[in-house]
Design a binder for this molecule. Structure first.
Ligand code: ADP
Length: 196
């Protein structure tokens, strides 16, 4: 299996690049943010709880997101691999994901770490807020999300570096330019794993 974590700050382009990756590599896309927004729209019990956290720019409790992720993996067992977008977002989730995949006899192959500077992130998120009307794309919530990213999510870089799985990619430039950087890295990994 090819299991990829697409990693980066809010606005770094994880969702956009995930779409291109699934088309080329046939992976199953798991975006925890998208799943949560779907739950909010359908006004489920889970959605009502999640909305409180998302609107404040905070992480939804691990208990909820880990259970959600376990269900999605279980119902898509026959997939060639997964792309994890927006998960893990803290060390506890990173450890949970490792355990979950190990139990299925597989593991994370690599993490694609998209780096974009903060002024550019804020610019992109404000623009998305105007276009899509996402309720968490306003300046106050954006600042909170960036703080949560720095304090809770960024430490995962070290976690994956220690495992030798971190691949840093510049997330600035055109969508196609960024995708060709990612595809080059993933092709290299695929070749290396097929030879081993
Ligand atoms: P972005 O990466 O732009 O912040 P996402 O759609 O990935 O967008 O996430 C939106 C919000 O959904 C997050 O700010 C957070 O509140 C919630 N969320 C998404 N994934 C997780 C997760 N793995 N754990 C906790 N909360 C999450």
């Amino acid at each position: 299996m090819l299991n990829v974590v697409i990693f980066g700050a809010p606005g770094s382009g994880k969702g956009t690049q995930s779409e291109l990756i699934i088309n080329k590599y046939g992976l199953y896309h798991i975006s925890t943010g998208e799943v949560l927004r779907g739950e909010i729209k359908s006004k489920t019990e889970l959605g009502i709880i999640a909305e409180e956290y998302i609107s404040k720019g905070q992480l939804v409790p691990d208990e909820i997101t880990i259970k959600m992720l376990t269900n999605i993996i279980d119902t898509n067992k026959s997939s060639k691999g997964f792309i994890f977008d927006g998960f893990p977002r803290n060390l506890n989730q990173g450890e949970a994901l490792d355990i979950l995949l190990r139990a299925k006899g597989t593991a994370i192959t690599a993490i694609i770490n998209l780096s974009v500077d903060e002024p550019e992130l804020i610019k992109r998120l404000l623009k998305r807020g105007e276009e899509s009307g996402r309720s968490d794309d306003n300046l106050e919530t954006i600042n909170k999300r960036l703080e949560v990213y720095r304090t809770q999510t960024e430490p995962l870089k070290e976690f994956y570096k220690k495992q030798g799985k971190n691949i840093s990619i510049s997330g600035t430039g055109s969508v196609d330019e960024i995708f060709s950087r990612i595809a080059e890295a993933l092709d290299r990994i695929k070749e290396a794993t097929s030879n081993s």
